[in-house]
Design a protein around this ligand. Structure first.
Ligand code: MEV
Length: 327
């Protein structure tokens, strides 16, 4: 039996535009997904995912395409969770050249599913590291990042950047531009997260931005503008200039709204954070619902968010410099 964990993340800048080759700066946060795997003597997968939803679920299935798990939670959530788990298992089997092996898998996570905090990348990275180790193969962080990326590509129909998976595997603040992934020096940033209790469908949101970009020149310009903003953001990060970082986060949120990926609750939380005196605030991840991230060293933003209609949870998150690791 082997256990591994990997961190979730927030996007300081650059989600969506990163899918089209612009740079992005995600930052790992100290909220982790922990995956425990034990090889079985048949080819079945048994997945126990207590904390992926408020209710949790347990599901046993063969892992073959077309076999439906028999569980009492929304199909979309089960599909999302089992899709990433299947893809991670495939990668672990491939790494160990053991295509037939089954696993008992337990997932514990304090990263809400589909909420923009990188739950799927964290589960994929931890699952691949643990699954490969259980089969006798020690993968490096770079190999885990590569395989987790392939797992996300498979689930998101080819629409995924390396940003989420590289950040979860490497930890800390990172910069991703196409295939170029590197770690950045970053100060401890005073992240405050607001969560509306909902989730967006990453695949559908990415596809929506793609079709907007193909149909409207302004959307292509918006994606390029996000890239410009990220490059300025890197300078502000290197200088530790929280005021400028916040200003650029505000601009980034406006540009993401123009691409149609914000929502009423995300906008409400962003404005509550700004009104409370945060340096800046933006949605994080694919959008459509889920989380915002603000920069505020005081308690004011978290307090304001807790009184904001539509916000279910507000919490502070530290930058986590450690990526995927065996427990
Ligand atoms: C989703 O967490 C981030 C997106 O940029 C998609 C991706 O980078 O694969 C929206």
């Amino acid at each position: 039996m082997v256990t591994a964990s990997a961190p979730g993340k927030v996007y300081l800048f650059g989600e969506h535009a990163v899918v089209y080759g612009e740079p992005a700066v995600p930052c790992a946060i100290a909220r982790r997904a922990t995956v425990t795997v034990e090889a079985r003597d048949d080819d079945r997968l048994r997945v126990n995912a207590e904390d992926l939803t408020l209710d949790g679920f347990t599901v046993e299935y063969s892992g073959e395409t077309g076999t439906d798990p028999d569980v009492n939670v929304p199909d979309s959530l089960v599909e999302a969770a089992t899709g990433y788990i299947d893809a991670a298992v495939e990668q672990a089997r491939d790494a160990a050249d053991a295509p037939e092996v089954g696993f008992d898998i337990t997932i514990e996570s304090d990263i809400p599913l589909g909420a923009g905090l990188g739950s799927s990348a964290a589960v994929a990275a931890a699952g691949i590291r643990a699954g490969a180790r259980e089969l006798g193969v020690d993968l490096t962080d770079a190999e885990v990042a590569e395989r987790a990326y392939r797992a996300e590509l498979a689930v998101q129909d080819g629409n995924a950047s390396r940003a989420d998976t590289f950040c979860s595997a490497a930890g800390g603040a990172v910069r991703v531009e196409g295939d170029d992934c590197r770690s950045l020096d970053a100060p401890q940033l005073p992240f405050v997260i607001g969560f509306d209790g909902g989730a967006g469908d990453t695949g559908a949101l990415v596809a929506g931005v793609r079709s907007l970009k193909e149909g409207y020149g302004f959307a292509a310009d918006t994606v390029a503008a996000i890239g410009d903003l990220v490059r300025r953001g890197e300078d502000a990060l290197a200088a530790g200039d929280l005021g400028e970082l916040g200003r650029l986060m505000d601009f980034n949120h406006g540009l993401l709204s123009a691409l149609g990926v914000s929502s009423r609750s995300l906008d409400a939380m962003v404005w509550a954070a700004r009104d409370a005196g945060a340096h800046g605030a933006k949605l994080t991840g694919a959008g459509g619902g889920g989380c915002i991230v603000a920069l505020d060293p005081t308690e004011d933003t978290a307090t304001a968010l807790r009184y904001t209609p539509g916000c279910e949870e507000a919490f502070r998150a530290e930058l986590d410099t450690e990526g995927v690791r065996l427990e």
